[in-house]
Design a protein. Structure first.
Length: 559
């Protein structure tokens, strides 16, 4: 067992089981996604928790698809989930399973419950079943079908499997207690009729197990020792236990933890699917989405997501984690790993009037101040440059330390420059050029006479810079908790109109002309950026901003 692991109440429960030699000292976990959508950051927490436990206790970890609803499940979701789990680094070795692998065994278990008088075929419609269930304050009402004997129920169940009934005409229900305080125990449905094609079994089946029936059996069949799931399944545990005890099969232990809720987004596959189907985002992998494919395309790394999940821990109470906690995880990684470059998002031209016309030079710049082994690069410098429009003000406030008339600033890695005048467009009044003089004795950014300047700004050479597309991504929703809605309220009304801004011709250092997809950079004073593998083309990289820098003045307004 890994003694350096971070402890939590789930691991404490496992430690106690091991002390008692439960399960012969085995630890076996699983991640059981339903293939009805893409995985999101909340699933990452569950994957890393389950896999981490198996790894640290020298146990086993399964990936298993709960593919019990053919109307909502597709092979494309299976493929996407496998890709995401691999990307996170969770290794299930040769243990990839599907609920559909066990359909025959589940059916046999259902027949056993029928023979014991613990399950019956019900003629009520799904709506009638809901009506008969009662409420927390009112007991349920028994189905008229509840009194059938085992032989009749067995015959009807076999006819259900044979396809003799239409969708919804009959269900198989457990016979438990219609007055039970836990509504889930009031004769829950085990099987429903669905004449639909399954992505793996085709038309072999027309009855499909409900999640509560299938889930515990899958865990049991696979020898899972600890069924670790999110807190909303706590009320399901009693039913989970009842099925396994009535069948007399291997009984895993279910442990619940608080699911991850992240601010300014939604973590409901149903809501995420709605965003995709309504065209409100580009797709499941839109970099604004909290899906793992979206985070990957935005530029997040598996390591940053693992660090994030580790930092928030495993709790018993639901809470909302601020999105900046996730952002900090990738900042900390890229501060060390990402090379620095200069790019100007909202350019205005600077003309250095005392720099010789037609001449240029190379300025040496450090690639990463956190890692000397990353070396240096040469940046072209000449008479005309671009700087950020926000780095100049004609009439600045007192603590504005950037460029203004008569004031001096340092050009990053280059020279001191002083503004002489601003040239405006006669029609719009917008500044189109800033005329400056430079001090040739300050090459490298230091003055031999010891004078100091408070402002340092970035720049690119106007003659040699390249123009590439940049996408500035922000929060998908304006509200901190867009899922906390009044009944019937449309969550999409809280979508942010400014969640993405496209800058088609950002001015960049020439070294970024052939930036390769998948590379990450820090644009100095602006943020961390990722070369989008989906949007980039040969000699035309597209840069997604992963996160801004911690200082807010890097948030430069667009054109």
């Amino acid at each position: 067992m890994n003694e350096n692991r971070k402890n939590n109440f789930v691991r404490e429960a496992i430690d106690k089981d091991l002390e008692l030699n439960k399960n012969d000292g085995r630890v076996h976990t699983r991640f059981p996604p339903e293939p009805n959508g893409y995985l999101h950051i909340g699933h990452a927490k569950a994957i890393l928790l389950n896999y981490g436990i198996a790894r640290d206790y020298n146990g086993k970890f399964n990936l298993r698809f709960d593919d019990t609803n053919p109307c909502k499940e597709e092979q494309k979701y299976v493929d996407a989930i496998i890709k995401d789990v691999k990307w996170l680094g969770a290794d299930w070795e040769d243990r990839l399973f599907y609920a559909s692998d066990y359909f025959e065994k589940m059916y046999e278990c259902a027949e056993n419950l029928i023979k014991k008088g613990k399950a019956y075929v019900c003629d009520l419609s799904l709506e009638e079943v809901r009506q008969y269930r009662g409420s927390i304050s009112e007991p349920g009402k028994e189905s008229p079908s509840r009194g059938r004997d085992a032989s009749e129920n067995l015959e009807l169940f076999r006819k259900m499997r044979a396809g003799d009934f239409t969708d919804g005409e009959k269900t198989l229900r457990a016979r438990i207690d219609m007055r039970h305080p836990n509504l889930l125990m009031r004769d829950p449905i085990m099987y429903r009729i669905m004449h639909a094609e399954h992505h793996r079994t085709g038309r072999d089946w027309c009855i499909y197990p409900m999640y509560d029936w299938a889930h515990g059996l899958e865990d049991s069949f696979e020898g899972i020792t600890h069924s670790i799931c999110s807190l909303e399944f706590e009320t399901h545990r009693e039913l989970y236990d009842w099925f396994l005890e009535e069948l007399g099969v291997f009984h895993p232990r279910q442990i619940e933890f608080a699911r991850l809720n992240l601010s300014h987004t939604v973590l409901s596959k149903r809501k995420l699917l709605e965003l995709v189907e309504k065209g409100l985002v580009e797709g499941w992998d839109d970099p604004r989405m909290p899906t793992l494919s979206g985070l990957r395309r935005r530029g997040y790394t598996p390591r940053s997501i693992s660090k994030f999940c580790d930092s928030i821990g495993v709790a018993k109470m639901n809470s909302i984690i601020e999105i900046n906690v996730l952002e900090n995880s990738i900042r900390e990684e890229l501060n060390v790993a990402a090379d620095r470059v200069m790019a100007v998002l909202d350019p205005v031209k600077v003309v250095i009037t005392n720099y010789p016309e037609g001449e240029s030079e190379n300025i040496r710049a450090v690639n990463n101040p956190e890692d000397d082994s990353r070396g240096y690069r040469d940046i072209p410098f000449s008479r005309e440059l671009y700087i950020e429009r926000a780095d100049f003000m004609e009439d600045p406030p007192r603590k504005f330390f950037r460029l203004s008339p008569g004031k001096e600033v340092r050009l990053r890695y280059a020279y001191f420059i002083k503004c002489e005048k601003a040239v405006k467009d006669e029609t719009t009044g917008q500044i189109k050029e800033i005329h400056c003089v430079y001090d040739p004795e300050t090459r490298g950014g230091d003055s031999p006479d010891g004078r100091k300047v408070k402002g340092t700004i970035h720049w690119v050479d106007a003659k040699t810079c390249v123009e590439n597309e940049v996408r500035i991504y922000g929060n998908l929703f304006t509200e901190r908790d867009p899922q906390d809605l009044e009944e019937g309220e449309d969550f999409t009304k809280h979508l942010s109109p400014d969640s993405v801004r496209v800058i088609e011709r950002c001015k960049m250092e020439p070294c970024l002309r052939q930036a390769l997809p998948g590379y990450r950079y820090q644009f100095e004073r602006t943020g961390y950026f990722f070369v989008d593998p989906e949007k980039s083309r040969h000699d035309a990289p597209v840069f997604n901003r992963i996160v801004p820098l911690r200082d807010t003045w890097g948030k430069i307004k667009g054109r």
